[in-house]
Design a protein around this ligand. Structure first.
Ligand code: FE2
Ligand code: FE2
Length: 190
């Protein structure tokens, strides 16, 4: 697989701002992967694809999502979440990505899930804290997770996301609850 081809493809598919975000997520993920002993190569591929389907129109997204085994579940939640499973599908079908860990990292980068692999956590965290993110509290979040274990970083990130979602009265995807509960439970047991 030629990663430059993916970059060129992304540059045409995504608005500049989103393309730049993908590049920053990729840099952040590769750096984090290197620090925590995750494959830097896999981190690069997963992050390049993570928002691959982000700007597809809703109808096209829905058509692709219908082929997904979790269609029933995703279709009940906000369409903002759909680009993640569809991105994994396109990575597999258009670029022949077969590595399940990479595909899961693309699939769960928005929601998280219980039992995430280290690669999945790296992509989730990098997506949230890449240097271009400007949401309130991001500087504090970056500071809190600096130098912490990957597990602890993930716990802080999922907690941050939950606080944000609850504050917005957002409907929360059930797998995100599983992710949150797993991390909070682990922390309480420590
Ligand atoms: Fe995304
Ligand atoms: Fe993203």
């Amino acid at each position: 697989m030629n990663l430059q081809d993916i970059r060129n493809d992304l540059e045409h598919r995504l608005p500049k701002e989103r393309f730049d975000h993908v590049i920053r997520v990729t840099e952040t993920a590769m750096e984090l992967a290197g620090k925590v002993g995750v494959s830097v190569e896999k981190a690069e591929i997963a992050s390049l694809f993570h928002d691959y389907a982000k700007f597809m129109d809703r109808k096209e997204l829905l058509e692709l999502l219908q082929r997904d085994e979790e269609y029933e579940l995703y279709s009940q939640y906000h369409s903002e979440l759909w680009h993640a499973p569809v991105g994994a599908l396109l990575a597999k079908e258009k670029y022949g990505v077969e590595d399940e860990d990479i595909l899961q990292a693309i699939r769960y980068h928005t929601t998280g899930r219980a039992g995430m692999s280290d690669l999945e956590k790296v992509i989730y965290i990098a997506d949230l804290i890449e240097p271009g993110r400007k949401f309130p509290g991001v500087a504090d979040l970056r500071q809190r997770i600096e130098g912490e274990s990957l597990e602890d970083q993930m716990t802080e990130c999922i907690q941050h996301t939950f606080k944000f979602l609850v504050h917005q009265y957002a409907v929360i995807f059930p797998k995100s609850f599983d992710c949150y509960n797993e991390h909070v439970r682990r922390r309480k047991e420590q």
